[in-house]
Design a protein around this ligand. Structure first.
Ligand code: GUN
Ligand code: FE
Length: 425
């Protein structure tokens, strides 16, 4: 049995009691076996001395487009619908198998370097096998699926799908990849957004997701033009429509969800729908200010995601955490979204969005060993042990501080060197 013992870290457990412990973590195979002080290594155990380092659960990002990583710097200064039609869709249409593979690998490299160990990803229409191959090789924990789009205008021919083909290709990918990588890979159906999907497709997704027991990952109510298109075509507000066709269920994950009225917030809460907040993207695409404190107040489960790289030019959860706090403080006042609450969204919140709260999101015995070590030496506070650790991590830490990343007990980055990504195909 392989054992890894990490000694002398400041462990921010993110457990229910909010314990911050100075001590050791024993990992056996892919799980955390024990947390304590002065743990002794077993024979053959590998030991990491994490003295002076801060241990956190790996970040969980619940909305990513790995296939868009290469579009960064080529899609600026437009709002959502024009941005998709003029920039993103033509670039997705030009993808080939190699570019999807390398786009995913590049994105995963950035994600792991900045402490993210689990993602919910949305690919493009074609070449999704290549993205799953990169996910498998990288060792990241990922929910992903091909994007589905069988409707809408100004979509390049290469991205136009027939309803039945979109569904059957999704099922083929699901049957091939769901559960691969020692269970680290899961399939999620990804209808792009209502604007791109026929009702027949969405109903098909609803039934297949139920049949296979998997998540549905989509965008909803990100932009005012988007919700006007949905209202004009379907005669209802976006989330009301999703509920009307029976898609509003606990396995549904909505990215953005900015433009919600009270009825839609109630539907999300009552149906157990999950929401992903994408603050950097919402600012750069001028989409709006999400109602995060309002959703949390009524008991909605919220995670955070960077969205695609061109949405905010970054896949870095440290930036997304800070923005989550800053935006709401300007709107509601300084006590809203404190550092601990924000760090919780970035870890346990994401785990809850994915239904993985028993497996990931905190450092507790029995959970999967998805862990990051931060080296905050550059950041001097005197006396450092009096500093609020949540504040230090949320407001001061950067991705350059991430020293070591462990996913399912495997060390994927140590001393800032990535082991699994930097190899040619
Ligand atoms: N809505 C539909 N497609 C997309 C996308 O690719 N990115 C974002 N941010 N919103 C979308
Ligand atoms: Fe998105």
């Amino acid at each position: 049995m392989t054992e890894l013992l990490i000694k002398n870290a400041v462990i921010m457990t993110m457990n229910e009691q909010d314990d911050i412990i100075e001590g050791d973590v024993r990992i056996r195979e892919d799980r955390i076996a024990e947390i304590g002080e002065h743990l002794e290594p077993s024979a053959g155990s590998r030991v990491i001395d994490a003295g002076g380092k801060v241990m956190l659960p790996g970040f969980v990002q619940t909305h990513i487009h790995l296939c868009q990583t290469m579009f960064r710097g080529r899609a600026d200064d437009l709002a959502l619908i024009d941005w998709l039609r003029k920039r993103i869709w033509p670039m997705e249409a030009a993808h080939n198998e190699d570019s999807v593979y390398y786009s995913a690998l590049l994105g995963i490299g950035e994600l792991i370097r900045s402490g993210t160990t689990t993602i919910l990803d949305m690919e493009t229409v074609h070449h999704t096998d290549a993205a799953f191959q990169a996910i498998l090789e990288s060792g990241i924990r990922a929910f992903s699926g091909k994007v589905m789009m069988d409707h809408g205008t100004e979509v390049p021919p290469a991205l136009q799908e027939k309803t039945d083909e979109s569904l059957s290709e999704s099922v083929r990918l699901l049957e091939k990849w769901h559960g691969k990588g020692n269970g680290k890979i899961r399939y999620a159906f990804c209808p792009r957004f209502v604007v791109s999907c026929t009702e027949e497709l969405l109903v098909g997704v609803r039934d297949l997701a139920e049949q296979y027991g998997v998540k549905v990952h989509t965008h909803a109510s990100e932009n005012e033009t988007e919700i006007r298109i949905v209202e004009a075509e379907r005669g209802m507000r976006n989330v009301v429509y999703l509920d009307h066709i029976g898609l509003a269920r606990p396995n549904l994950i909505l990215a953005h969800s900015i433009w919600l009225n009270d009825e839609e917030k109630r539907i999300i809460k009552e149906r157990g729908v999950k929401v992903t907040h994408c603050p950097g993207s919402n600012l750069k695409l001028a989409s709006g200010v999400a109602q995060v404190p309002e959703l949390l107040e009524i008991g909605v489960t919220v995670g955070i995601g960077a969205d695609g790289a061109p949405c905010n030019n970054n896949l870095d959860m440290f930036q997304e955490m800070r923005l989550t706090a800053y935006i709401q403080k300007v709107k509601h006042g300084p006590t809203v979204m404190n550092a601990r609450q924000v760090l919780r969204l970035a870890t346990m919140g994401g785990a809850e969005v994915l239904g993985m709260e028993r497996e990931i999101g905190s450092i507790e015995a029995g959970k999967l060993a998805d862990i990051q070590l931060l080296d905050l030496e550059d950041f001097h506070v005197y006396p450092s042990y009096d500093a609020d650790w949540y504040s230090r991590v949320v407001y001061a830490a950067t991705r350059g501080d991430v020293d070591t990343v462990i996913i399912g007990g495997d060390i994927v980055m140590q001393n800032r060197i990535m082991r699994t990504i930097d190899k040619p195909r």
